[in-house]
Write a protein that binds this ligand. Structure first.
Ligand SMILES: NC(=O)c1ccc[n+]([C@@H]2O[C@H](COP(=O)([O-])OP(=O)(O)OC[C@H]3O[C@@H](n4cnc5c(N)ncnc54)[C@H](OP(=O)(O)O)[C@@H]3O)[C@@H](O)[C@H]2O)c1
Length: 331
């Protein structure tokens, strides 16, 4: 009899968008390496995919989960051997191919990243897409000359996955940070991660036109919508704002004045289809900059696969904090 494994199957349409099913490795999207994921984690995009809040799936049905970390159980790729610890984020998972909310995952080896000791599948999953995206955003700031001596960096949605990891990484890299959060209960944890100042969220109904007092050298924005022009108008001359997310909206409207009077830039980041050389470099910097024990305080909960369907709504409502890990190996 063929072995079967538990997985969270998503559907692009219909009333019931996700359910736990059993699959065999032969049912999974093709690839030359099979992994036994030990952990995955929930990202905002997983919540959009599982609820249909945005059209993430590009095919009618797939196994969900944009992150996975575990060990190789079968390899037809000379770079990987059985038992090797690896991770994968994005690369089409839960968009065009089966993802990491499963006890088995089959992928092209070329999209895998090795997990170096002392990191483990657990610590790599605390990072996952959130940590990887935060590092890509910081690299974009650095490439555009936003360095610790140019001034503070403001992070919106600071209590979320990308936001918390951005605060931690910026602190470790010597930046002064301003954490913007709507959650008073997250203030202490954000200070412990290294936030130098905490601010209440913007009044998003405010006027995003013109210039405001220039206070920040850079920003990492998880919110989109009107938060983006409000950040641009408070950025110092030649500073940059990285647009990462759209938790409060896709469309934004503002004034060109900060671009032409202060030379401010808006920079983009897309983690899902990041080229492999940039991807390996960013993961290398994450593993160099952080230690596994730095990451544990970010874990808000560790849940099982069967708990996943009840967890997505809190992400869409902005109630999630830090990283919720999904344990895929049953103890
Ligand atoms: N460009 C990329 O490649 C990329 C990669 C990863 C994520 N993203 C995007 O980045 C954003 C953050 O992702 P994440 O996984 O870190 O999400 P998350 O853990 O759910 O964090 C989002 C945070 O945004 C804040 N927020 C404020 N208003 C919100 C609202 N109306 N709905 C939801 N959140 C609200 C909340 O923090 P506070 O309460 O502290 O304000 C919330 O915790 C998402 O938009 C996601 O799609 C983009």
């Amino acid at each position: 009899m063929t072995d079967s494994y538990r997985a969270l199957r998503l559907r692009a349409d219909g009333e019931s968008r996700c359910e736990i099913v059993r699959v065999s490795v032969e049912d999974l999207s093709p690839g030359d390496v099979v992994i036994a994921p030990e952990f995955s984690a929930i990202n905002y995009k997983d919540a959009m995919a599982a609820t249909g809040a945005a059209p993430i799936l590009r095919v009618p049905t797939l196994i969900g989960g944009i992150d996975a970390a575990g060990s190789v159980v079968h390899s037809e790729n000379e770079r990987f051997t059985v038992g090797q610890p690896v991770l994968i984020t994005g690369c089409g998972l839960s968009e065009t191919r089966d993802g990491g909310f499963a006890e088995r995952l089959r992928v092209p080896g070329d999209s895998l990243i090795n997990i170096p000791p002392p990191f483990t599948a657990r610590s790599a999953s605390i990072l996952g897409t959130a940590g990887f995206t935060a590092m890509l955003a910081i690299e974009r700031l650095q490439e555009n000359h936003v360095t610790p001596d140019t001034g503070p960096v403001l992070v919106t949605g600071a209590s979320g996955g990308v936001g918390s990891l951005a605060i931690l990484l910026l602190n470790r890299l010597g930046y002064s940070t301003i954490a913007m959060t709507g959650k008073p209960e997250a203030h202490e944890a954000l200070r412990a991660l290294g936030a130098n100042e905490i601010r209440e969220p913007f009044d998003l109904s405010g006027d995003p036109e013109g210039l405001a007092k220039s206070e920040i050298a850079g920003a990492i924005d998880n919110l989109g919508g009107n938060a983006l022009p409000l950040l641009v108008r408070m950025t110092r001359p030649w500073g940059s704002v990285v647009s990462i997310g759209r938790a409060t909206g896709n469309a934004f409207q503002g004034s060109v004045i900060p671009f032409i009077i202060r030379g401010v830039s808006i920079l983009g980041v897309t983690s899902a289809n990041c080229p492999m050389d940039r991807r390996r470099r960013a993961w290398g910097r994450l593993f160099e900059t952080l230690r596994p024990e730095d990451l544990e305080p970010l874990v808000s909960d560790t849940i099982g696969l069967e708990d996943l369907p009840g967890r997505f709504l809190q992400y869409l409502e902005g109630r999630a904090r830090g990283r919720t890990l999904v344990r895929l190996v049953r103890s």
